[in-house]
Design a protein around this ligand. Sequence first.
Ligand code: MN
Length: 263
Amino acid sequence: MTSTQVISDLASALASGAIEVVDLTAPLGPDTPLIKLPPQIGKNTPTIEIHPISKYDQDGPFWAWNWLKLGEHSGTHFDAPVHWISGKNHPNNTTDTIPVKNFVGPACVIDCSAETASNDDFLLTVDGVKAWEKKHGDIPSGSWVLMRTDWYKRNDSEAKFLNADDKGPHSPGPTAETIHYLIAKGILGWGTECIGTDAGCAGGMDPPFPAHNFLHKNNRYGLASLCQLDKLPPKGAILIVAPLKIVKGTGSPLRALALVPKH
Ligand code: MN
């Protein structure tokens, strides 16, 4: 099949609905949950603000438009390698320089929703990934690996989403070894439905925040606060996850989409 035929078939499938476009994005606004770092670790990203410039009024009679105040790592967002100290020296490590072909790729979705339903601190281990591979085949090089937890269903409440107590935040994520294993497979990146790519308890791991550390050390990417991973098959969806072309950006909110064959 020629590539022209592939595009033509894709267009037909999109038009007929044989391939669906699934929105993996959380609403972006003043109520969007944001990470809360303890003050001894560092500053926090500000609450999102949306300010009108005009709304068909004396400030602009025929048009409405807003200006925004938001951090790069707000809502459903992309982590560029420059986000972490381990990735700061890579070439093309910022949102404006990453090769755009890396923003489109196949997705492997590892369903951890049963485990996370009873364990907020659940960690996906290498054995967990291998069990998935036994069922669905090897994780192909060049794919995005997404951890499904149904955590996005908490997205309407920052308290439930962050799930913190006096011991810190409780949310699922990968072990350090899992990220190592996936990088050795040649993945494009790793994504989760939680506030960041690491588990809530990852500040206490060795190294701290291993998903951030190892992904970006290897010039790979992260996706956080994804939604609706329960609408994706384990294999067979194509992800479209392009951050804004922010100059020297360390990350960016994005509209994460998946092309999914309708069954
Ligand atoms: Mn981030």
